[in-house]
Write a protein that binds this ligand. Structure first.
Ligand code: FAD
Length: 462
């Protein structure tokens, strides 16, 4: 086979890059060893959010009396829950397959290995091997779960997020190692399904890359729901004793241990850079990821890399954006850079936590005059109606009044964050937000209130 652009990996990065390359006039082949959609569709965004939706509804049913409903005997049907998750994945997979072929992209199912900088061999899923010659290459191989080098990390009941997604039984007790996005989402999910959950995090806060004040508020919510959170704590070992796991960890110099049926290793993911013949090219790896410039180009001019395999954000929408940029640059003039000024990041806990731009602490290191505007969502009418709480927090550069960041803990935060993503992209000022009429009653009025608060003009604040 021969193609203008070969794409290795059919996740949100790879299949979008191939579609766009064809739109720009090139021929494109995607090689995928499993199914189109990648981690996002099969082990990531979609299955986790499907399960979280069910557990959120279940939680609300258990607390229905607070909103004037009498609901007796709500219970979980794990089989039905898994069936629904699989149906959603299958429906989306069929949709992606149909779109990709309708756009003229050729999909080859098999495992690709680069033989040279212009040729790949593919072991097809039927065992046959084929060769593909290409002019240009986009690497979109994704990432795999990381682990930590401690005794017991390989015990059978120490699981990854991939395993946790298909559990057929809720463990009585679950220890989650790592309080990042995957750790807290699974922590709340399992807790709401009935597991006794303990999260152990090495940093001094869960979600350490997000706004510290709002992370602490979310931690307090999770603790109130019955999750134990240990921060500044380092897991030292996991032992198997009489059918249970014993997780030993160090917290402030004291050794503690927790018993659990399962341990979820949620210490992040690492770029997949091995196993596909990268060593047969001159492509450089830096800090465990494929090194690229702002144009998504590696040090070998006709080879690009996108998404998780390049490290950094490791988010589906970033892979998607990388894909559009790489496809444009690889098929034409190399003009379009990746701009990371406004990358939203969302945590789908309840309440949701979403962030875009700089946190207060990052902004204070880069700008000499910043101001913070905050709104307490507990006094926002719509938040009260939906029986939740939270905070909206703006970070503003007072020299220019430009919005530097927005951080939201509250219902629908993952939808609302895009107002600030647009503001950042357009270099908008906080006055632009204040001048924008926000509907009533909406949770988004909290954004207006936080914007007003930057200069002390919040209306519903004593
Ligand atoms: P991937 O989606 O990993 O796709 C890579 C593809 O390459 C895979 O299909 C793989 O089979 C294929 N491949 C690899 N090597 C070869 C080879 N040699 N030959 C052929 N095929 C190969 N991100 C969000 O934005 N929002 C979320 O809510 C979110 N939730 C997540 C929850 C979990 C539990 C996890 C694990 C991740 C989550 N992510 C989320 C991250 C998101 O899934 C990834 O950032 C995204 O999938 C990266 O896309 P990609 O195209 O770079 O790689």
């Amino acid at each position: 086979m021969k193609t203008d652009v070969l794409v290795i990996g059919g996740g949100p990065g790879g299949h979008v890059a191939a579609i766009k390359a064809v739109e720009y006039g090139a021929s494109a082949i995607v090689v995928e060893k499993y199914k189109l959609g990648g981690t996002c569709l099969h082990q990531g965004c979609i299955p986790t959010k499907t399960l979280l939706h069910t557990t959120d509804v279940y939680y609300e049913l258990q607390h229905a009396a607070a909103i004037g409903l009498k609901v007796d005997n709500a219970s979980v049907d794990i089989e039905a829950l898994q069936r629904r998750k699989n149906e959603i994945i299958n429906t989306i997979t069929e949709g992606v397959n149909a779109i990709v072929s309708s756009k003229g992209v050729e999909v080859v199912y098999g495992t690709a290995e680069l033989v040279s900088e212009k040729q790949a061999s593919v072991v097809l899923n039927n065992g046959e091997t084929i060769l593909i010659d290409f002019d240009k290459l986009i690497l979109a191989t994704g990432s795999i779960p990381s682990s930590i080098p401690i005794t017991g990390a390989n015990l059978p009941n120490v699981i990854t997020s991939d395993d946790a997604l298909s559990l057929s039984q809720v463990p009585e007790a679950l220890v989650v190692i790592g309080g990042g996005v995957i750790g807290v989402e699974f922590g709340q999910l399992m807790s709401r399904l009935g597991a006794k959950v303990s999260i152990i995090e090495a940093c001094d806060n869960i979600l350490p890359h997000m706004d510290a004040e709002l992370s602490s508020q979310l931690a307090a919510e999770l603790v109130e729901e019955g999750i134990d959170i240990y921060t500044s704590a380092r897991v030292a070992q996991i032992e198997q004793s009489s059918g249970q796991l014993n997780v030993g960890f160090d917290i402030a110099g004291e050794l503690k241990s927790i018993k659990a049926e399962k341990v979820l290793m949620a210490v992040g993911r690492k770029p997949l850079v091995h196993g596909f013949g990268l060593e047969h090219t001159r492509v450089q790896i830096e800090n465990g990821a494929i090194a690229v410039n702002r144009y998504m180009q590696t040090n070998v001019p006709h080879i690009y890399a996108i998404g998780d395999c390049t490290g950094g954000y490791m988010l589906a929408h970033v892979a998607f954006k990388h894909a559009m940029i790489a496809a444009k640059n690889i098929t034409g003039d190399i003009l379009e850079p990746f701009n990371d000024l406004a990358v939203p990041a969302c945590v789908y806990t309840s309440p949701e936590f979403a962030t875009v731009g700089l946190t207060e602490s990052a902004a204070s290191k880069r700008f000499s005059h910043i101001k913070i505007g905050k709104a307490d969502l507990a006094v926002n009418a719509k938040t009260m109606i939906v029986q939740q709480r939270g905070t909206v927090k703006f970070v503003v550069d007072t020299t220019t009044n430009r919005v530097l960041g927005l951080h939201i803990l509250g219902p629908r935060a993952s939808d609302m964050i895009h107002e600030a993503a647009l503001a950042l992209n357009l270099n908008a000022t906080i006055d632009d937000i204040v001048d924008t009429i926000h509907g009533h009653p909406t949770i988004a009025e909290g954004i207006l209130e936080a914007a007003e608060d930057v200069f002390g003009n919040a209306i519903y604040k004593m």
